[in-house]
Design a protein around this ligand. Sequence first.
Ligand code: URA
Length: 259
Amino acid sequence: MLTTRQQHCLNGIGIRVWQTRPSAATKAEGFVAIAELQTPIIESLPSQTQAPIIAQPAVQATELKRYELNDWPQLEQAIQDCHNCELAKSCNRKVPGKGSKQADLMIIGEAPGHDEDLQGIPFVGRAGQLLNKILLAIQLDPESVYITNILKCRPPNNRDPHTDEVQACSQFLDAQIKLIQPKVILSVGRISAQNLLKDHSPLGKLRTKNHLLPGKNLPMLVTYHPAYLLRNPAEKAKVWHDMKALHKLLNDAQSHAEH
Ligand code: URA
């Protein structure tokens, strides 16, 4: 830590002292964005034996901003401003979610792919088109559901999400679930299912059960990812089975809510 006098001296020669990054504990309490954190954190003055600091141009002071994640506009802004993991640097666009914010069904995929990254909208590529057809097959209008992903940024070359990335993004998914309060969750694909259920069983085992989303007590089903179905069309029969189970679960939950 610098003394006030040292800070004053550094400011005087055009070096801004950055705030330290929020600790994991601070982050867990609520999202804190550090806007435009581009330069290294300067924590101490160099000793006389070290090379002198070359004065850097003053940069915009770090802005610590708090977001109320229980409010849609602020939640969406928090996602846009997020720099909590490395993916924010490599993605083209953040991909918060699409569909009805009053949806009874929430669908959770893995992460944006190439097309989603360019458009900022989830499931717009070939997998998304197949997902729409699957929903229509059980008389669900794709616009009546809410669709999002575990990650809001595309991992480079569509690699699997890293644990720290899932952790950094989880506050947004939690907030989306709280705001929407869906009656049922459909998790598509292994990465989504294993992360939501915190269970590393193979997808083939997870998809045949009625789950409750841990910590939320929400009914949840698991099925294959539509991108997997594009590569393995023979598995579509299993998805049809899952969709019939989804249709029933949703109808039961809706009629339960009416009584
Ligand atoms: N795959 C996903 O899991 N999500 C998307 O948004 C697109 C493809």
